[in-house]
Design a protein around this ligand. Structure first.
Ligand code: SAH
Length: 462
């Protein structure tokens, strides 16, 4: 049983940090059904591959020490030690458990980024059509190598096993979760008992990507060994997620953002939308739009005739577009929205011509030395009449009990500012580019520390 994961790009050895496995130190891990070997068959700047090889003891299997016994001859002559099956998934969670959580420590930005990754799963038993239908909606390019059952007996036809390779631009943690859940989907003889814990495991590892998957029923059903009651239970939870999302979309009419579930995110969006509406902007660009939280409010405002949404991350953009159900919009609605990939630190004509630009919780993701470039791109070249910008107030971090001293609120934050630092920056930018700056606070205000979020509204001086 072999799984390999290959990272191509620059400094690809860094994948070792994300996998928490040193490229120069092969390891083995004892599992209760055999051994897992972890090593890197290739390591270079441009291309690094890690392999996970499982060595299962067929005698233990035959004695029924692990897994299900089929009885009779099957216990002695079977594919179990060789095919990628539920054993592989269990090994993945043991060996790459930390990587699956998305924790990247010093390389958090890399862990949070979509990378050019491919994975090869050797000997997966499957109907090939289903491989395409299961992996392609997740954004993978799917290829497989198949084999004839026996060259001496061509009449026996093709075998049922393939070596599957999936390739995509994904976060490593997501790739691992996809494989972890989807290998057992193709294994009808799982070695563990399928009970309600498996439902929880499925939800935990797939709640971000399964609800909208066109083969959701197939995946949940097979993962749960076609147990109807468990599958229904899982689908119910996956559906609930969708319903919550729809609910949020409905609620995204700003007037309905009630005190029902006040959270910082909502308060921030409400604050930004109030400014946008009060200044009477007819065209707005959401810079660093992320998954489209603000965008889903902007599209509901009939006074706004033109909307731009830009982000550097393709994954974020596709989430933003499905959040506002872009594909289902009328042509007129579509025509007024432009969702595109771009970077806020490079001059871009597509940023020009908007009345207002919103930059919500984005600047702290930029490397400090690139902040000058961002300032020029926005205030000098795009030059909207209004800029609404928010960023965390570092002083308030003291109030977060789980945040270690001196650490930031998000792994990808490059800096966080005190109120003094933000004020200094805002005034400097305003003066340099001919804007006036007005600062305010969002969220619960602590007398000493201020509020969790700080907002700057910049108005172009005539
Ligand atoms: N404004 C959104 C997202 C905030 S998270 C919200 O409030 O929900 C920060 C976002 O900035 C991420 O989506 C990230 O991809 C984006 N980002 C980081 N650096 C960027 C850059 N140089 N150009 C454009 N977007 C960037």
């Amino acid at each position: 049983m072999v799984l390999t994961i290959t990272y191509t790009g620059e400094n690809t050895r860094d994948i070792g940090y994300l996998l928490h496995k040193n490229p120069y130190r092969p390891q083995f891990v004892d599992l209760n059904y055999g051994k897992a070997y972890v090593f890197y068959p290739e390591v270079s700047d441009e291309r690094t591959t890690i392999a996970l090889v499982l060595d299962i003891d067929p005698i233990d299997l035959a004695r029924g020490k692990v897994g299900q016994t089929g009885g009779g001859l099957f216990d002695y002559v079977n594919d179990r030690p060789y095919v990628s099956s539920s054993f592989m998934s269990t090994a993945i969670s043991k060996v790459f458990g930390t990587a699956m959580t998305g924790r990247g420590d010093d390389k958090q930005a890399l862990a949070d980024s979509a990378l050019d990754l491919s994975a090869t799963i050797v000997m997966l038993k499957s109907d090939t059509m289903m491989l395409n239908r299961v992996f392609e909606p997740l954004g993978y390019c799917v290829t497989y190598e198949s084999f004839v059952s026996d060259e001496k007996f061509p009449s026996w036809g093709g075998g049922k096993y393939v070596n599957l390779t999936i390739k995509g631009n994904v976060r490593l943690a997501d790739l691992l979760k996809h494989i972890y859940v989807l290998i057992p989907v193709f294994d009808r003889r799982k070695h563990y008992w399928i009970g309600s814990e498996e439902v929880d495991k499925l939800i935990r590892n797939s709640e971000k990507w399964l609800p909208n998957h066109p083969e959701k029923e197939y995946i949940a059903g097979r993962y749960l060994n076609r147990s109807r009651s468990l599958t229904n239970k899982a689908l119910e939870q996956l559906k609930t997620d969708e319903e919550i999302e729809t609910e949020q979309n409905d609620e995204s009419d700003i007037d309905n953002i009630s005190e029902k579930r006040p959270n910082l995110n909502r308060q921030r969006l409400r604050g930004v939308m109030e400014v946008v509406k009060t200044c009477g902007a007819r065209s707005v660009i959401d810079m660093g739009c992320g998954e489209g939280n603000l965008l889903s409010l902007l599209v509901k405002e009939s006074a706004i005739m033109r909307i731009g949404a830009v982000d550097v991350s393709c994954t974020a953009l596709s989430r933003a577009s499905s959040k506002i159900r872009f594909e289902r919009m009328s042509d007129t609605q579509k025509a007024k929205i432009n969702i595109f990939q771009g970077s806020l630190t490079y001059r871009d004509r597509r940023f020009e011509g908007y009345d207002a630009a919103c930059v919500v919780e984005v600047i702290e993701h930029l490397d400090l030395p690139r902040l000058d470039a961002f300032e020029r791109v926005l205030f000098e070249y795009a030059r909207p009449r209004y800029v609404v910008l928010t960023t965390p107030n570092k002083e308030y971090n003291e109030k977060y009990p789980n945040l270690a001293e001196d650490s930031m609120r998000h792994g990808d934050h490059r800096f966080e500012w005190t109120r003094g630092e933000f004020k200094e920056w805002a005034n400097k930018v305003a003066e340099k580019f001919g804007y006036s700056a007005r600062l305010s606070e969002i969220g619960e205000i602590d007398e000493q520390l201020g509020a969790p979020t700080q907002m700057g509204v910049f108005t172009l001086c005539e």
